[in-house]
Design a protein around this ligand. Structure first.
Ligand code: PLP
Length: 372
Protein backbone atom coordinates (compact mmCIF):
# COMPACT_ATOMS: atom_id res chain seq x y z
CA UNK A 1 0.00 0.00 0.00
CA UNK A 2 1.13 3.53 -0.74
CA UNK A 3 0.10 5.60 2.26
CA UNK A 4 -0.93 9.14 1.33
CA UNK A 5 -3.25 10.07 4.19
CA UNK A 6 -0.89 11.91 6.55
CA UNK A 7 -3.58 14.36 7.66
CA UNK A 8 -5.74 11.50 8.97
CA UNK A 9 -2.86 9.97 10.89
CA UNK A 10 0.87 9.32 10.53
CA UNK A 11 2.88 6.10 10.79
CA UNK A 12 4.36 5.52 14.26
CA UNK A 13 8.09 6.30 14.20
CA UNK A 14 10.34 3.32 15.07
CA UNK A 15 12.00 5.47 17.76
CA UNK A 16 8.56 6.05 19.33
CA UNK A 17 7.71 2.35 19.34
CA UNK A 18 11.05 1.58 21.02
CA UNK A 19 10.61 4.28 23.66
CA UNK A 20 7.11 3.05 24.50
CA UNK A 21 7.91 -0.68 24.68
CA UNK A 22 9.15 -0.90 28.32
CA UNK A 23 6.11 1.06 29.53
CA UNK A 24 3.59 -1.28 27.90
CA UNK A 25 4.12 -4.37 30.09
CA UNK A 26 7.11 -4.23 32.46
CA UNK A 27 6.83 -0.71 33.86
CA UNK A 28 3.17 -0.73 34.73
CA UNK A 29 3.21 1.36 37.94
CA UNK A 30 0.72 4.15 38.46
CA UNK A 31 2.68 7.37 37.85
CA UNK A 32 0.75 9.07 40.65
CA UNK A 33 1.57 6.51 43.35
CA UNK A 34 4.34 7.22 45.86
CA UNK A 35 6.41 4.04 45.29
CA UNK A 36 9.83 4.13 43.64
CA UNK A 37 8.24 2.64 40.50
CA UNK A 38 5.53 5.29 40.58
CA UNK A 39 8.16 8.02 40.80
CA UNK A 40 10.08 6.50 37.90
CA UNK A 41 6.95 6.63 35.73
CA UNK A 42 6.20 10.17 36.88
CA UNK A 43 9.75 11.26 35.98
CA UNK A 44 9.42 9.74 32.51
CA UNK A 45 6.15 11.64 32.02
CA UNK A 46 7.80 14.91 33.03
CA UNK A 47 10.63 14.35 30.52
CA UNK A 48 7.97 13.69 27.86
CA UNK A 49 6.11 16.86 28.85
CA UNK A 50 9.29 18.93 28.33
CA UNK A 51 9.72 17.42 24.85
CA UNK A 52 6.15 18.32 23.89
CA UNK A 53 6.59 21.84 25.28
CA UNK A 54 9.84 22.25 23.36
CA UNK A 55 8.16 21.13 20.12
CA UNK A 56 5.34 23.64 20.67
CA UNK A 57 8.04 26.21 21.54
CA UNK A 58 5.83 29.02 22.85
CA UNK A 59 6.81 31.34 25.70
CA UNK A 60 5.17 31.62 29.10
CA UNK A 61 3.04 28.50 29.38
CA UNK A 62 2.92 24.76 29.95
CA UNK A 63 1.23 21.63 28.71
CA UNK A 64 -1.37 19.32 30.23
CA UNK A 65 -1.86 15.92 28.62
CA UNK A 66 -5.33 14.96 27.39
CA UNK A 67 -6.88 11.91 25.75
CA UNK A 68 -6.87 13.53 22.29
CA UNK A 69 -6.75 16.92 20.60
CA UNK A 70 -10.55 16.73 20.46
CA UNK A 71 -10.60 16.65 24.26
CA UNK A 72 -8.07 19.51 24.44
CA UNK A 73 -10.29 21.58 22.13
CA UNK A 74 -13.47 20.86 24.12
CA UNK A 75 -11.64 21.72 27.33
CA UNK A 76 -10.13 24.96 25.97
CA UNK A 77 -13.44 26.25 24.65
CA UNK A 78 -15.84 25.09 27.37
CA UNK A 79 -13.39 25.81 30.19
CA UNK A 80 -12.71 29.33 28.90
CA UNK A 81 -16.43 30.06 28.76
CA UNK A 82 -16.78 28.85 32.35
CA UNK A 83 -13.98 31.19 33.49
CA UNK A 84 -15.13 34.20 31.45
CA UNK A 85 -16.34 37.44 33.03
CA UNK A 86 -20.08 38.01 32.53
CA UNK A 87 -19.67 40.80 29.95
CA UNK A 88 -17.70 38.49 27.60
CA UNK A 89 -20.20 36.15 26.01
CA UNK A 90 -19.12 35.88 22.40
CA UNK A 91 -16.89 33.42 20.50
CA UNK A 92 -15.58 34.09 17.00
CA UNK A 93 -14.40 31.20 14.85
CA UNK A 94 -14.04 30.34 11.16
CA UNK A 95 -16.15 28.19 8.81
CA UNK A 96 -13.18 25.96 7.86
CA UNK A 97 -12.26 24.87 11.40
CA UNK A 98 -12.17 21.19 12.36
CA UNK A 99 -15.46 19.67 13.55
CA UNK A 100 -14.00 19.45 17.07
CA UNK A 101 -14.02 23.26 17.18
CA UNK A 102 -17.18 23.93 15.18
CA UNK A 103 -19.32 21.35 16.97
CA UNK A 104 -18.10 22.47 20.40
CA UNK A 105 -18.88 26.09 19.49
CA UNK A 106 -22.36 25.06 18.30
CA UNK A 107 -22.90 23.25 21.58
CA UNK A 108 -21.84 26.36 23.48
CA UNK A 109 -24.20 28.44 21.34
CA UNK A 110 -26.98 26.10 22.47
CA UNK A 111 -26.01 27.00 26.05
CA UNK A 112 -26.34 30.73 25.37
CA UNK A 113 -22.94 31.79 24.00
CA UNK A 114 -23.15 34.27 21.14
CA UNK A 115 -21.36 32.56 18.22
CA UNK A 116 -19.95 34.18 15.08
CA UNK A 117 -18.62 31.85 12.37
CA UNK A 118 -16.69 33.91 9.85
CA UNK A 119 -16.55 32.88 6.18
CA UNK A 120 -13.22 32.53 4.36
CA UNK A 121 -12.13 33.91 1.01
CA UNK A 122 -12.07 31.57 -2.00
CA UNK A 123 -8.44 30.71 -1.22
CA UNK A 124 -9.44 29.52 2.26
CA UNK A 125 -7.84 32.43 4.09
CA UNK A 126 -9.58 34.52 6.70
CA UNK A 127 -10.24 38.16 5.75
CA UNK A 128 -8.57 40.07 8.60
CA UNK A 129 -10.60 43.22 7.91
CA UNK A 130 -13.75 41.21 8.44
CA UNK A 131 -12.37 39.89 11.72
CA UNK A 132 -11.43 43.41 12.75
CA UNK A 133 -15.01 44.61 12.16
CA UNK A 134 -16.37 41.80 14.33
CA UNK A 135 -14.04 42.28 17.30
CA UNK A 136 -15.28 44.20 20.32
CA UNK A 137 -15.22 44.04 24.11
CA UNK A 138 -17.95 41.38 24.19
CA UNK A 139 -15.64 38.80 22.59
CA UNK A 140 -14.33 36.21 24.98
CA UNK A 141 -12.32 34.07 22.59
CA UNK A 142 -11.22 33.83 18.96
CA UNK A 143 -10.61 30.26 17.70
CA UNK A 144 -8.59 29.84 14.50
CA UNK A 145 -6.51 26.86 13.36
CA UNK A 146 -2.91 27.06 12.14
CA UNK A 147 -2.94 24.52 9.27
CA UNK A 148 -6.22 23.35 7.79
CA UNK A 149 -6.50 19.55 7.83
CA UNK A 150 -8.41 19.36 4.55
CA UNK A 151 -6.72 21.92 2.34
CA UNK A 152 -3.44 22.72 4.12
CA UNK A 153 -4.04 26.48 4.14
CA UNK A 154 -2.15 28.47 6.80
CA UNK A 155 -3.98 31.17 8.75
CA UNK A 156 -2.01 34.22 10.04
CA UNK A 157 -2.11 33.19 13.70
CA UNK A 158 0.23 35.88 15.11
CA UNK A 159 -1.83 38.70 13.58
CA UNK A 160 -5.11 37.13 14.68
CA UNK A 161 -3.81 36.69 18.26
CA UNK A 162 -2.68 40.31 18.27
CA UNK A 163 -6.09 41.50 17.13
CA UNK A 164 -7.90 39.34 19.71
CA UNK A 165 -5.68 40.65 22.49
CA UNK A 166 -6.40 44.19 21.30
CA UNK A 167 -9.98 43.83 22.59
CA UNK A 168 -8.98 41.76 25.63
CA UNK A 169 -10.09 38.43 24.14
CA UNK A 170 -8.28 35.08 24.35
CA UNK A 171 -6.91 33.38 21.25
CA UNK A 172 -7.22 29.60 20.85
CA UNK A 173 -5.30 27.83 18.11
CA UNK A 174 -5.83 24.26 16.89
CA UNK A 175 -2.23 23.46 15.87
CA UNK A 176 -2.82 19.73 15.35
CA UNK A 177 -1.71 19.80 11.71
CA UNK A 178 1.10 22.29 12.32
CA UNK A 179 3.02 20.79 15.24
CA UNK A 180 6.42 19.45 14.16
CA UNK A 181 5.84 20.59 10.60
CA UNK A 182 6.01 24.35 10.97
CA UNK A 183 6.89 26.88 13.67
CA UNK A 184 3.84 27.68 15.77
CA UNK A 185 3.66 31.51 15.80
CA UNK A 186 3.86 33.30 19.16
CA UNK A 187 0.55 34.81 20.26
CA UNK A 188 -2.08 32.19 21.12
CA UNK A 189 -3.14 31.71 24.76
CA UNK A 190 -4.30 28.13 24.27
CA UNK A 191 -3.03 25.56 21.75
CA UNK A 192 -4.30 22.03 21.07
CA UNK A 193 -2.02 19.32 19.66
CA UNK A 194 -2.20 15.57 19.02
CA UNK A 195 0.49 12.84 19.12
CA UNK A 196 -0.75 10.70 16.25
CA UNK A 197 -0.26 13.48 13.69
CA UNK A 198 3.48 13.59 14.49
CA UNK A 199 4.32 9.86 14.30
CA UNK A 200 3.26 9.25 17.90
CA UNK A 201 0.55 7.00 19.39
CA UNK A 202 -3.20 7.55 19.10
CA UNK A 203 -5.22 8.37 22.19
CA UNK A 204 -3.13 11.22 23.54
CA UNK A 205 -3.17 14.96 22.93
CA UNK A 206 -2.23 18.04 24.91
CA UNK A 207 -3.38 21.53 25.69
CA UNK A 208 -0.72 24.24 25.94
CA UNK A 209 -1.91 27.02 28.24
CA UNK A 210 -0.41 30.43 28.77
CA UNK A 211 0.11 31.04 32.48
CA UNK A 212 -3.02 32.77 33.76
CA UNK A 213 -5.16 31.66 30.80
CA UNK A 214 -5.85 28.12 32.05
CA UNK A 215 -9.47 27.09 31.36
CA UNK A 216 -11.64 25.72 34.16
CA UNK A 217 -11.22 21.94 34.67
CA UNK A 218 -13.28 19.88 32.26
CA UNK A 219 -12.68 16.41 33.72
CA UNK A 220 -13.00 16.16 37.50
CA UNK A 221 -11.57 13.52 39.80
CA UNK A 222 -8.16 12.73 41.28
CA UNK A 223 -6.67 16.17 40.67
CA UNK A 224 -3.91 15.12 38.27
CA UNK A 225 -2.31 17.63 35.91
CA UNK A 226 -2.25 20.37 38.58
CA UNK A 227 -5.92 19.79 39.30
CA UNK A 228 -6.82 20.87 35.78
CA UNK A 229 -7.36 17.49 34.12
CA UNK A 230 -8.06 14.52 36.31
CA UNK A 231 -7.41 10.90 35.36
CA UNK A 232 -4.39 8.59 35.66
CA UNK A 233 -1.87 9.48 32.99
CA UNK A 234 -0.65 6.70 30.72
CA UNK A 235 3.17 6.53 30.92
CA UNK A 236 3.36 4.61 27.63
CA UNK A 237 1.30 7.19 25.73
CA UNK A 238 3.04 10.18 27.33
CA UNK A 239 6.49 8.68 26.67
CA UNK A 240 5.45 7.93 23.08
CA UNK A 241 4.20 11.50 22.58
CA UNK A 242 7.43 12.83 24.12
CA UNK A 243 9.61 10.69 21.83
CA UNK A 244 7.61 11.79 18.79
CA UNK A 245 7.86 15.46 19.83
CA UNK A 246 11.63 15.21 20.41
CA UNK A 247 12.07 13.63 16.99
CA UNK A 248 9.83 16.27 15.39
CA UNK A 249 11.93 19.07 16.92
CA UNK A 250 15.18 17.46 15.79
CA UNK A 251 13.93 16.66 12.28
CA UNK A 252 11.73 19.70 11.65
CA UNK A 253 13.96 21.25 8.93
CA UNK A 254 14.81 17.89 7.38
CA UNK A 255 11.13 16.85 7.21
CA UNK A 256 10.19 20.29 5.85
CA UNK A 257 12.72 20.10 2.99
CA UNK A 258 11.64 16.53 2.21
CA UNK A 259 8.00 17.64 2.00
CA UNK A 260 8.90 20.55 -0.32
CA UNK A 261 10.62 18.09 -2.69
CA UNK A 262 7.68 15.68 -2.52
CA UNK A 263 5.23 18.47 -3.36
CA UNK A 264 7.24 19.46 -6.44
CA UNK A 265 7.44 15.83 -7.59
CA UNK A 266 3.72 15.20 -7.01
CA UNK A 267 2.47 18.28 -8.85
CA UNK A 268 4.76 17.45 -11.78
CA UNK A 269 3.59 13.81 -11.92
CA UNK A 270 -0.09 14.80 -11.83
CA UNK A 271 0.27 17.16 -14.78
CA UNK A 272 -1.46 20.44 -15.59
CA UNK A 273 -5.11 19.28 -15.56
CA UNK A 274 -5.57 19.52 -11.79
CA UNK A 275 -6.55 22.63 -9.82
CA UNK A 276 -5.22 23.06 -6.27
CA UNK A 277 -7.95 23.78 -3.70
CA UNK A 278 -6.96 26.62 -1.37
CA UNK A 279 -4.14 29.12 -1.40
CA UNK A 280 -0.98 27.93 -3.13
CA UNK A 281 1.15 30.55 -1.36
CA UNK A 282 -0.07 30.28 2.26
CA UNK A 283 -0.02 26.55 2.79
CA UNK A 284 1.71 23.53 4.22
CA UNK A 285 3.04 21.55 1.27
CA UNK A 286 2.46 18.08 2.75
CA UNK A 287 -1.23 18.55 1.95
CA UNK A 288 -2.17 18.47 -1.72
CA UNK A 289 -5.92 18.91 -2.15
CA UNK A 290 -6.74 18.89 -5.85
CA UNK A 291 -9.66 18.60 -8.21
CA UNK A 292 -10.10 17.82 -11.87
CA UNK A 293 -13.15 18.85 -13.82
CA UNK A 294 -15.68 16.07 -14.35
CA UNK A 295 -13.80 13.41 -12.39
CA UNK A 296 -15.68 11.28 -9.88
CA UNK A 297 -13.09 11.18 -7.07
CA UNK A 298 -14.95 8.41 -5.21
CA UNK A 299 -14.52 6.19 -8.27
CA UNK A 300 -10.80 6.98 -8.47
CA UNK A 301 -10.52 5.97 -4.81
CA UNK A 302 -12.43 2.73 -5.47
CA UNK A 303 -10.30 1.94 -8.55
CA UNK A 304 -7.00 2.44 -6.73
CA UNK A 305 -7.34 0.30 -3.64
CA UNK A 306 -3.57 0.02 -3.22
CA UNK A 307 -3.29 3.74 -2.48
CA UNK A 308 -4.58 5.24 0.78
CA UNK A 309 -5.79 8.77 0.24
CA UNK A 310 -8.81 10.81 1.14
CA UNK A 311 -11.82 12.44 -0.49
CA UNK A 312 -12.59 15.17 2.02
CA UNK A 313 -11.94 15.54 5.72
CA UNK A 314 -10.71 12.24 7.10
CA UNK A 315 -12.45 13.06 10.37
CA UNK A 316 -15.80 13.43 8.62
CA UNK A 317 -15.32 10.65 6.10
CA UNK A 318 -17.79 7.85 6.45
CA UNK A 319 -20.28 10.26 7.99
CA UNK A 320 -21.75 11.03 4.58
CA UNK A 321 -21.41 14.75 5.30
CA UNK A 322 -20.13 16.81 2.37
CA UNK A 323 -16.91 18.64 3.17
CA UNK A 324 -17.76 21.89 5.00
CA UNK A 325 -14.30 23.20 4.10
CA UNK A 326 -14.72 22.81 0.34
CA UNK A 327 -18.19 24.34 0.62
CA UNK A 328 -16.71 27.30 2.53
CA UNK A 329 -14.38 27.83 -0.45
CA UNK A 330 -17.58 28.11 -2.56
CA UNK A 331 -16.80 24.98 -4.56
CA UNK A 332 -19.98 23.67 -6.13
CA UNK A 333 -21.15 20.10 -5.63
CA UNK A 334 -19.41 18.83 -8.80
CA UNK A 335 -16.11 20.49 -7.89
CA UNK A 336 -16.23 19.08 -4.38
CA UNK A 337 -17.00 15.60 -5.75
CA UNK A 338 -13.98 15.78 -8.03
CA UNK A 339 -11.59 16.68 -5.18
CA UNK A 340 -9.04 14.40 -3.57
CA UNK A 341 -6.54 14.97 -0.78
CA UNK A 342 -3.04 13.54 -0.86
CA UNK A 343 -1.09 13.79 2.40
CA UNK A 344 2.57 12.88 2.62
CA UNK A 345 5.56 13.39 4.87
CA UNK A 346 8.59 11.91 6.60
CA UNK A 347 8.29 8.29 5.48
CA UNK A 348 6.90 8.91 1.98
CA UNK A 349 9.41 8.18 -0.77
CA UNK A 350 9.48 10.23 -3.95
CA UNK A 351 9.20 7.07 -6.07
CA UNK A 352 6.03 5.81 -4.38
CA UNK A 353 4.44 9.28 -4.49
CA UNK A 354 5.18 9.72 -8.20
CA UNK A 355 3.87 6.19 -8.84
CA UNK A 356 0.63 6.99 -6.95
CA UNK A 357 0.15 10.34 -8.72
CA UNK A 358 0.66 8.68 -12.12
CA UNK A 359 -1.94 6.02 -11.23
CA UNK A 360 -4.40 8.71 -10.07
CA UNK A 361 -3.88 10.77 -13.24
CA UNK A 362 -4.31 7.63 -15.39
CA UNK A 363 -7.52 6.66 -13.55
CA UNK A 364 -8.92 10.18 -14.13
CA UNK A 365 -8.00 10.05 -17.84
CA UNK A 366 -9.69 6.65 -18.14
CA UNK A 367 -12.91 8.11 -16.66
CA UNK A 368 -12.76 10.94 -19.20
CA UNK A 369 -12.22 8.46 -22.04
CA UNK A 370 -15.23 6.38 -21.03
CA UNK A 371 -17.39 9.50 -20.77
CA UNK A 372 -16.27 10.94 -24.13
N1 PLP B 1 -7.91 19.25 14.73
C1 PLP B 1 -7.45 18.94 13.52
C2 PLP B 1 -7.04 20.04 12.59
C3 PLP B 1 -7.35 17.61 13.11
O1 PLP B 1 -6.89 17.32 11.90
C4 PLP B 1 -7.77 16.60 14.01
C5 PLP B 1 -7.78 15.19 13.58
O2 PLP B 1 -7.93 14.86 12.44
C6 PLP B 1 -8.22 16.97 15.29
C7 PLP B 1 -8.29 18.29 15.60
C8 PLP B 1 -8.62 15.94 16.29
O3 PLP B 1 -7.47 15.26 16.81
P1 PLP B 1 -7.60 13.93 17.67
O4 PLP B 1 -7.64 12.80 16.68
O5 PLP B 1 -6.34 13.87 18.52
O6 PLP B 1 -8.80 14.04 18.48
Amino acid sequence: MIYLDYQATTPVAPEVEKAMAPWVADKFANPHSPSRWGHEAEAAIEVARRHVERAIDLDGGSVAFTGSATEAINWALKGSVERAPLKRSRIITVATEHAAVLDTCEWLAGCGIDLTVLPVKRDGLLDLELLDRELDESVLLVAVMLVNNEIGVLQPIAEIANMAHGVGALMFCDAVQGLGRLTIPQGPDLVAVSAHKIHGPKGIGALWMREGAEPAPFIHGGGQERGLRSGTLSPQLCVGFGAAAKLASERCDLDYDHVQRLWAAATKALGPDWVINGSTAQRYHGNLNIRRDGVDAARVLADLRNIAFSLGSACASGSGRPSHVLRALELDHREARSSIRLGFGRYTTQDELVDACSQIAAAAREQERLLA
